[in-house]
Ligand binder design. Structure first.
Ligand SMILES: Cc1cc2nc3c(=O)[nH]c(=O)nc-3n(C[C@H](O)[C@H](O)[C@H](O)COP(=O)(O)O)c2cc1C
Length: 443
């Protein structure tokens, strides 16, 4: 498989975020090319590319763009830069090291879809990345790349705003994001109508992840077919996989979309920490169902991971070695979802707290087998019963940990303590000190 680097090629180069360096590396040539194309032809290339959303659901990007009603204006583009899912840490590198690549993707997307105002909704904690984006936008405005005339060549007004969130996971959910952008509390909206039809201020709005949009310049420059050829079936291109947890070389790796998960962990990420045995892997961000060690010899392509019973989601690969206490790890995840539930839907608001409490009791050896069964019931009654997918995101880890590792939960009940001992890793303790090198983006 090809080792083409689309997104990370410029990371780490001195001054990679600067406009002059981006231009020297061929930046904004794709926008120039797009200016000479019919908008519909740009959309066609994206459809042909088999680009699928990198924010989690893997929805076909070109197809999403065609859902915009033909006759309603204005339309908006909103780039989802919330990146709050535990285990996911890739969009931040694009924004920090190559903000003009994202900006070029935004400009091409807006040109193709007749959109004149774009927002980048960025997670509140990302101060550095927000500053990098603001600086890039200011440079692009000053150079006449955006503003009243695109690239100073075409009467097509485009403005881009960075909107900083306040650090809430729920605001990564697209409709909660829109509410927040409108100045309201980040409560998800009922769907349908989907944002492409009724979005920001009631107008048609395309919402795409940072990584998704950052691929657009390459697709225009090299053609949709070349992008599709980097992947397989209905998934084209490369992806940024963030590998964390018990590996020797944690970091962000750009690989073809259908890269083998076992190879990613055992070869690229340097294998399991301390030469210990692998126990489990969460392949696509914390909400993706966990895979046992023997299940990881699979392609990371969206449909392949789905067939294996999980999700490649946001590409956040979390690795557990044999020293991990799965109850402790799940309790840590449950704490996150209980904290981040917006509270709008009863099953999620109440259920996430119940699950967290039960998991802490099981971990401490204060629970019995009936509590483990109840934990499963609570997870099952959250899944599918909430307005947004945060409920599913909270339930899926619980359901899958219990499916794959139930004896470990029951052992906590029988022994009335954690059988893994005090030194066991959950996700509460970061094994960062034990890692050979610093956290890095790597290939
Ligand atoms: C609770 C929750 C949190 C989410 N957080 C993010 C996020 O931080 N970034 C992101 O791009 N998508 C996130 N999503 C997915 C978005 O709702 C949406 O599907 C995505 O931004 C669409 O972009 P894409 O098609 O390019 O992937 C989240 C979804 C849910 C349910």
């Amino acid at each position: 498989m090809s080792e083409t680097l689309i997104l990370s090629a410029r990371w780490g180069k001195p001054g990679s975020a600067k406009l002059e360096n981006y231009r020297a590396d061929g930046g904004y040539q794709a926008l120039d090319k797009a200016l000479g194309m019919e908008p519909v032809a740009v959309v066609e290339e994206v459809k042909k590319s088999n680009l699928r959303g990198r924010g989690g659901a893997g929805f076909a990007t070109g197809l999403k763009w065609t859902f915009l009603p033909k006759d309603i204006r204005p339309r908006y583009l909103t780039v989802n830069a919330d990146e709050s899912e535990p285990g996911t840490f890739k969009d931040r590198y694009i924004m920090e090291h190559d903000p003009h690549m994202l900006l070029e993707g935004i400009a091409i997307t807006c040109l193709a879809l007749d959109i004149h105002l774009a927002y980048i909704y960025i997670r509140g904690e990302f101060a550095k990345q927000a500053r990098a984006l603001e600086a890039a936008i200011a440079e692009a405005r000053a150079a006449g790349i955006i503003g009243p005339r695109l690239l100073g060549k075409k009467d097509f007004a485009l403005d881009v705003h960075v909107h900083r969130g306040a650090g809430a996971y729920i605001c990564g959910e697209e409709s909660a994001l829109l509410e927040s952008l409108e100045g309201k509390k980040g409560y998800p909206r009922l769907k349908p109508p989907f944002p492409a039809v009724v979005g920001l201020w009631g107008k048609p709005t395309i919402i795409n992840n940072v990584e998704t949009i950052a691929n657009v310049p390459w697709i225009v420059q090299h053609g949709g077919e070349a992008f599709a050829a980097l992947g397989v079936g209905k998934s084209g291109g490369t992806r940024l996989f963030g590998v964390s947890g018990h590996v020797n070389r944690p970091g962000v790796y750009e690989k073809p979309v259908a890269y083998n998960l076992k190879k990613l962990i055992m070869e690229d990420a340097g294998g399991v920490l301390g030469g210990r045995k692998l126990k489990a892997v969460i392949p696509g961000g914390s909400s993706a169902p966990v895979l046992a060690a023997h299940e990881i010899d699979i392609s990371m392509e969206f449909d392949a991971v789905k067939a294996a019973g999980s999700m490649s989601g946001s590409g956040g690969v979390i690795v557990f070695d044999e020293s991990a206490c799965m109850v402790r790890a799940l309790a840590r995840l449950a704490r996150f979802y209980a904290e981040e539930s917006c509270g709008q839907c009863t099953p999620c608001r109440e259920g996430t707290n119940w699950m967290e409490g039960m998991l802490h009791r099981i971990e401490a050896g204060h629970a019995g087998a009936a509590d483990v069964a109840r934990l499963e019931q609570v997870a099952n009654s959250i899944a599918g019963n909430t307005i947004c997918a945060l409920g599913d995101a909270a339930a899926m880890p619980v359901q899958s940990f219990l499916k794959k590792f139930k004896p470990e939960f029951l052992a906590h009940c029988e022994l009335r303590r954690c059988p893994c001992g005090d030194t066991a890793w959950g996700l509460t303790q970061e094994p960062r000190d034990a890692v050979a090198g610093p956290m890095r983006y790597a290939r």
